[in-house]
Design a protein around this ligand. Structure first.
Ligand code: PXP
Length: 237
């Protein structure tokens, strides 16, 4: 079964647009669970542009499915993760000026920082996923660092225009997925997935978790959170 992790960051984005208390991502997480979400995903960014420290704390107390925290290898955030203990930490690169996460983590350049973060997170009993481009060198590095899972970055696939380009990006992901599985790591994917493009990704052999945010939140504005999650869950099953 392919599990659906619902990323609720953009519920917090709307709240932060007015620095008020609504809409509450905690409420959205509850509705996502009612709609069949297997996990709730959130990204606590250094600049706190959407998810706030309070959200992480309250979600840890209330979410009963897998809680997946996306975080950069930043000492303050890693410490907060160790204290809050999400079920899974997904390590991502982070730049202040970006609109959303651009590209996977570069384990060839940042190996020492990532190794240090892993040591702390593991010490708190948190399982480790790494957000990587579909690049065999990065996957080998994740295996050497003893990650539990690799989340393949589907952004290039999602942005590709035309059938041929999309097929080429999908082929890269299928190859990378085989590589991830051959290293004995769990296979996750995410970024830019929508109701239109998700099926071929969900069908990749060995796929165990998809993390999807923007498209679900966008649909939820129109049809409600529970129904938006239910529709996505049906598509990936
Ligand atoms: N996976 C990772 C690692 C991400 O950083 C994000 C965006 O926060 C997502 C999945 C979800 O991407 P989207 O919002 O485009 O569905």
């Amino acid at each position: 079964m392919v599990e659906l992790g619902v990323n609720i960051d953009h519920v917090a984005t709307v709240r932060q647009a007015r620095r008020t208390t609504e809409p509450d991502p905690v409420w959205a997480a509850m509705l996502a669970q009612l709609g069949g979400a297997d996990g709730i995903t959130l990204h606590l960014r250094e600049d706190r542009r959407h998810i706030q420290d309070r959200d992480l704390r309250v979600l840890r107390e209330t979410v009963t499915v897998k809680l997946n925290l996306e975080l950069a290898c930043n000492a303050e955030i890693v410490t907060m993760a160790c204290q809050t203990k999400p079920d899974q930490a997904t390590l991502v690169p982070e730049k202040r000026e970006e609109i959303t996460t651009e590209g996977g983590l570069d384990l060839l350049v940042n190996r020492a920082r990532v190794a240090e973060a892993i040591l702390k997170l593991r010490g708190s009993g948190i399982s480790i996923s790494m957000f990587l481009d579909p690049d065999p060198r990065q996957i080998d590095a994740a295996a050497a660092l003893k990650a539990d899972a690799v989340e393949l970055h589907t952004g290039e696939y999602a942005l590709s225009l035309g059938e041929d380009n999309q097929a080429a990006e999908l082929a890269k992901l299928v190859q990378a997925a085989k590589h991830v599985r051959s290293k004995g790591l769990l296979l996750h994917a995410g970024h830019g997935l929508t109701y239109r493009n998700v099926k071929p990704i969900a069908a990749i052999e060995g796929m165990s978790e998809l993390n999807i945010g923007h498209s679900i939140v966008a649909r939820a504005i129109m049809v409600g959170f529970e129904q938006a999650v239910r529709e996505m869950k049906k598509l990936i099953s």
